[in-house]
Design a protein around this ligand. Sequence first.
Ligand code: NAD
Length: 357
Amino acid sequence: MIYKIALVKGDGIGPEIVESAVAVLNKIAAKFNHTFKYKDVLAGGCAYDATGHPLPEETLKVCKESDSVLLGAVGGPKWDNLPSHLRPEKALLGLRSALNLYTNLRPATMHPALKDECPLREDITANGFDMVIVRELTGGIYFGENGRRMGPNGKEAYDTECYSVMEVERVGRVAFELAQKRNKKLVSIDKANVLESSRLWRETMHRLAKEYEDVEYSDMLVDNAAMQLIRNPSQFDVVVTSNMFGDILSDEASMITGSIGLLPSASLGSSKCGMYEPIHGSAPDIAGQNKANPIATILSAAMMLRYSFDLAKEADCIEEAVTDVLNAGYRTHDILGNSNKKPLGTREMTKVILDYI
Ligand code: NAD
């Protein structure tokens, strides 16, 4: 099979880590007899510099025509003072909404070999953890009506959280179906004791739960969920929640795995074309220094094979190689902990992973 992949390298460490993921994809192509055809496109700060816009039309066109999009990261101090519609981050929101990517999957797994990197107590992490946070991505307060006005106390600002039954149902189904493929446990997180939008979210999830009776379903309030992630992360398998709660909780979950440089993500919609990217940003402090951990992007490429191309064996092969490399003690600087080992650079870590595939 031939698969067309749009590469959005972006800014900062983006080009270095996407090159690592492409090297891994090429090795998989050779091993399993596939053809991956890449097209480089600009988005973010580099696109603004080249074209005056963070998301040029050509980029959108190529991404829409591809089978999938692999993205590094966008942004950096150079573009921090641009007006909001020209900021690099606008490219991400533009791509998500143009490709109708309404679900974001963020796995958070503790590799046993990295236990010492986890900031939690040893007795809490003794059982390890392996969860996937399913975040609604194109609705809620980030897309609701907002503005500024004069109120009884003078100038005020507001943002609105609004969810339709349709929006909850479509992300809810993704979460139930994912739970069916894993340990058949799903927790839906909301703030139904206070918010009307959460009450509709909960009602809709309860109705869906009746269709997925093989899944053990429960609700949790978001404030409790923030505590439970620290108190006992191993209780979670699949978690589904709204855009803003998912944004916050998935960063909390990433922190307890040890390093932001390890975690991949997938943004999915109703077609097979998804967008795959590490959860971290463009790390301008280490850009161009061969210091970035490429694992989050390499694992994002594995998610692309699994979710967009249905190549589960190939995805397993990448994930197993990463686990083996970590078990064998190879480290980049962000996961070095107190060890006095010499960290590997981006290119050297990529080479070791290629050798293990
Ligand atoms: P960041 O994730 O880029 O960096 C936070 C810290 O983690 C830094 O010390 C960085 O060196 C380190 N780090 C991140 N990725 C790493 C990796 N792969 N290996 C080793 N260390 C790594 O977050 P930030 O500093 O808050 O943001 C920098 C820029 O990235 C900003 O312009 C921000 O807007 C942008 N950003 C982009 C995305 C995205 O493209 N999806 C996401 C978040 C932030």
